[in-house]
Design a protein around this ligand. Structure first.
Ligand SMILES: CC(C)(COP(=O)(O)OP(=O)(O)OC[C@H]1O[C@@H](n2cnc3c(N)ncnc32)[C@H](O)[C@@H]1OP(=O)(O)O)[C@@H](O)C(=O)NCCC(=O)NCCS
Length: 157
């Protein structure tokens, strides 16, 4: 993180929709839609967080719990704000909140095989790569690396 770039993580609200969509659209070829974000933010079995610097939303992430497993749904940091530790802060906060609010004990997610940045980020946070699901992504047939963090505490430091 650079000097003066103090990050603040908080729960996302519908007031953040515009910012959430902007960050997601810049990060993914198939971003979440406004309707899906509205549904997600209304659910009690999800946690969506934003990271702000200087009052600007620069990152967004969401997590769902299924039978004690926290599934990381999405994590994205605005292009101009990457490599400043926000992704790491966001994922660590998502895991903490999943444990505290949803009762999660482990965490998992899928990442594109080519996503070097995300794979490095999750490895740094204590996730291990359990295998590849070939052809997982329907738009281009790319495989997904399946990552696990078990127990959850490993990824929260
Ligand atoms: C993946 C992503 C969220 C990382 O966000 P970020 O704020 O740049 O990440 P951080 O600055 O917290 O980086 C933490 C660590 O992750 C690794 N990392 C992050 N970006 C990396 C890159 N481009 N190349 C290699 N390693 C990288 C490094 O180990 C880094 O630690 P370091 O900077 O001390 O070396 C961001 O690149 C992004 O939004 N990508 C597009 C969306 C996406 O792919 N999301 C993940 C799939 S759900």
């Amino acid at each position: 993180m650079i000097a003066g770039d103090v990050a603040h993580v908080r729960l996302a609200t519908t007031d953040d929709l515009g910012a959430l969509l902007a960050v997601e659209r810049a990060a993914f070829t198939r971003p979440w839609t406004e309707a899906s974000f509205r549904d997600e933010l209304a659910r009690t079995d999800r946690v969506w967080l934003v990271v702000e610097t200087a009052g600007e939303v620069v990152g967004v992430g969401g997590v769902a719990d299924l039978a004690g497993d926290a599934h990381v749904l999405s994590v994205a940091v605005a292009v101009d704000h990457r490599r400043r530790g926000h992704g790491r802060t966001l994922v660590a906060a998502l895991l903490s909140e999943a444990a505290a609010r949803l009762g999660s004990r482990r965490a998992t997610l899928e990442v594109r095989e080519s996503n070097v940045a995300a794979r490095a980020l999750y490895r740094r946070l204590g996730f291990t790569e359990a295998g590849v699901r070939p052809g997982y992504y329907q738009d281009d047939g790319e495989g997904a690396v399946v990552l696990w963090c078990d127990p959850l505490e490993e990824g929260r430091s």
